[in-house]
Design a protein around this ligand. Structure first.
Ligand code: ADP
Ligand code: MG
Length: 222
């Protein structure tokens, strides 16, 4: 059983008069098989929370543990390995490589990491996300929603234990949003993954096992 726990995590940016508390004593718990939603308005601390959960930023205070191991106690090398092996990020900016086609974005992942989805599983995923027709297109030939779905597919391609998604439905219409959330929910249920989605999209609320709300850096379980 995997888990991800925040114990009184605070994140402060800047100092003195420009000091800003982005997360304030945040407690959070996720375990295998769950789809967890963190909802909050823009500027409430969602991206800060998610990047700390994935070890892309460190907390100013408090502890983050993944499978019982405190993240900040791991060396940089161990953290990088953990991210590569276990975590799939869907970042707000999509992070697609501009000079690679959709298909090549996945081949690039193969160069960095082995044991990715089999071709058959991958084709199913591309079908589910309605991407099969777009494999030879470059990012600048795709709409925002298409890019977003490619970014989601790429995160899932490595078959990660944890999926951390930042506003993954922001560019999608309601049907596609619900389709994406259903894919994520199925992955949690059937493959026992931990899926954390931060969003200001309240359409997704009913699909989650657990919903936290974050406002001005303060998190509460709804
Ligand atoms: P959200 O994702 O909910 O929109 P963020 O986590 O991006 O919110 O930001 C929360 C607050 O922290 C915002 O007020 C933002 O300006 C501030 N913030 C985020 N990152 C930094 C940073 N690197 N330096 C200073 N302030 C930051
Ligand atoms: Mg954000």
């Amino acid at each position: 059983m995997s888990n991800l726990i925040f114990n009184s995590v605070t994140k402060v940016f800047g100092e003195g008069s420009s000091k800003y508390v982005a997360l304030s004593s945040v407690n959070f718990e996720a375990e295998s098989g769950q789809l967890i939603l963190v909802v909050g308005p823009s500027g409430s601390g969602k991206t800060t929370f998610l990047t700390i959960a994935g070890g892309l930023q460190t907390p100013s205070d408090g502890e983050v543990t993944i499978n019982g191991k405190q993240l900040t106690n791991l060396s940089k090398k161990e953290q990088t390995k953990l991210r590569l092996d276990k975590i799939g990020f869907v970042l707000q900016s999509y992070n697609l490589v501009p000079f690679l086609t959709v298909k090549e974005q996945f081949r690039l992942v193969d160069k960095i990491k082995s044991k990715n989805l089999t071709e058959q599983k991958m084709n199913e995923l591309l079908d589910d996300l309605d991407l099969s027709e777009l494999l030879n297109k470059y990012p600048n030939e795709l709409s925002g929603g298409q890019k977003q779905r490619v970014a989601i597919a790429r995160a899932l391609y490595t078959n990660p234990e944890y999926i951390l998604a930042d506003e993954p439905t922001a560019a999608l219409d309601t049907d596609r949003s619900l389709a994406v959330i259903n894919i994520l929910k199925n992955l949690a249920r059937k493959q026992n993954k931990i899926i954390i989605v931060v969003t200001h999209d309240l359409r997704l609320k009913d699909s989650a096992d657990k919903v936290y709300q974050i406002i001005d850096g303060k998190m509460e379980l709804l």
